[in-house]
Design a binder for this molecule. Sequence first.
Ligand code: SF4
Length: 283
Amino acid sequence: MTYKKKPSWLRMPSRGSEEAAKVRSILRKYSLDTVCRQAMCPNLGHCFGRGTATFLILGNQCTRSCRYCAIERSEGVLAEPDINEPLRLAEAAAEMKLSYVIITSVTRDDLPDGGAGHFARTVEAVRKMIPVARIEVLTPDFRGSEEALKVIADAGPDVFNHNLETVERLFPDVRPEAYYRLSLEVLESYGRLSPSTPRKSGLMLGLGETKSEIRSSLEDLREKGVTMLTLGQYLQPSRSHWPVDRYVTPEEFDAWKDEALSMGFVSVASAPLVRSSFHADEQ
Ligand code: SF4
């Protein structure tokens, strides 16, 4: 499998800044991981340089194997959630002076609650440590469990994010253990559980979807009451991952932003290097 040559607009921001080094040392000090590093995010240097990061809880091995994802798939029994992780994360966020804290995780289908309790304890620890900070959770689908979603809603994050990642037709190939309709239900259920909490979702473009499929997915998200959206370019982490079908131009991302805003999305980040948490504090 050959890589498609990347266009100029996918030039990655620098990685070397002093601020980025400080973020790395804080993460090491508190033995914390980030999806930025595990998912090989192209913006790592830029975001760390801004003093931000997206914390990855519940370990760095996943019970699923989405074909676009660089995170390691678990082969054996995974460790129980680390009960000290919520406090360590809150302390790291405080030391990083974060005003917007993003918490995500791998999917833990091996846990009875899918890790929802650990998510909630982490939100509560951050809330206690930095009362003024806004907290965004980017969660798995918890196999659609309303009980798990209620545990998170009760913890009261400021933004609930669950990504569709791609269009319905591509799910069986690209996200074999996930279901498009189930992910929409998760976003809808959370709206019932916490009507005032903004819901966010995102898609990667360039995996082989058509424009009308993208439009249908945006309409589906709006129908479920999602108001915040991210659209970014899919980048192939390795030759064994799903191939890039096309590189979407910045102009097309701008057009999608306009179209999404006209559909009623309140906040849209749409550009080649946009990721779920990219400049989320500004969204
Ligand atoms: S569920 Fe999430 S972390 Fe797991 S493989 Fe899929 S995208 Fe990666």
